[in-house]
Design a protein around this ligand. Sequence first.
Ligand SMILES: Nc1ncnc2c1ncn2[C@@H]1O[C@H](COP(=O)(O)OP(=O)(O)OP(=O)(O)O)[C@@H](O)[C@H]1O
Ligand SMILES: [Mg+2]
Length: 220
Amino acid sequence: MILDVQEVNKTFDQPGSGRLQVLTGVGFSIDRRETAAIVGQSGSGKTTLLSLIAGLDHPDSGRIILDNRDLAGMNQDGLSRYRARKIGIIFQQFHLMPHLTARENISLPLEIHNSDRIAERTDAMLEQVGLADRRHHLPGQLSGGECQRVAIARALVIKPSLLLADEPTGNLDTETGEVVANLLFDLVEKDEKSMVLVTHNPELAARCHRVCRLDKGRLT
Ligand SMILES: Nc1ncnc2c1ncn2[C@@H]1O[C@H](COP(=O)(O)OP(=O)(O)OP(=O)(O)O)[C@@H](O)[C@H]1O
Ligand SMILES: [Mg+2]
């Protein structure tokens, strides 16, 4: 098992009106090489759940165990390092560094980790996402689909145990979305990655081994 989410509750302070219960007793687990889609209406808590799994925020109660380690047991520094080593994240809005080229965006996680063979691994990733000829372009000089391919490469270059993707095709037109989805699933299958994929798109969800539905903060 790569990820075990147990009885997670999460509330947020509502500006002016008490607390909002966003996740209620959410539990599920994912095996190695397994992919799971999380679907649910807008506001059902999907992004919140991903950010808890990523260790970017903490649950009020419950446990999140990533690769046999309870995230709650780690201090901020340890958690950041663990996350950076274990998790690749792809966002709907790409979140690329605007002043870095495609190649520099992809190599950044490797630089942060002081990895070896940075140039070689970055170039291999650029090839895999079909952007070798766009390596020196800035995000502003790339199309949406190309930006998302850079983001996929950046998430996978560290060889994470778990890939988290939040609406990775949500900002792309249908055709480009399909190209990006195909690439994502090809790479996930080839590298035998585990993935949690949040999406509104039923076709995309159906490509995962399992589909979990969030309904008003409860998993059904
Ligand atoms: N930091 C926050 N403070 C207060 N409320 C928040 C915060 N983050 C999220 N919420 C609320 O929690 C609920 C769930 O938000 P979340 O972003 O997880 O939904 P979602 O399922 O990802 O929706 P979408 O499909 O629109 O992306 C929403 O009602 C939102 O307003
Ligand atoms: Mg969301």
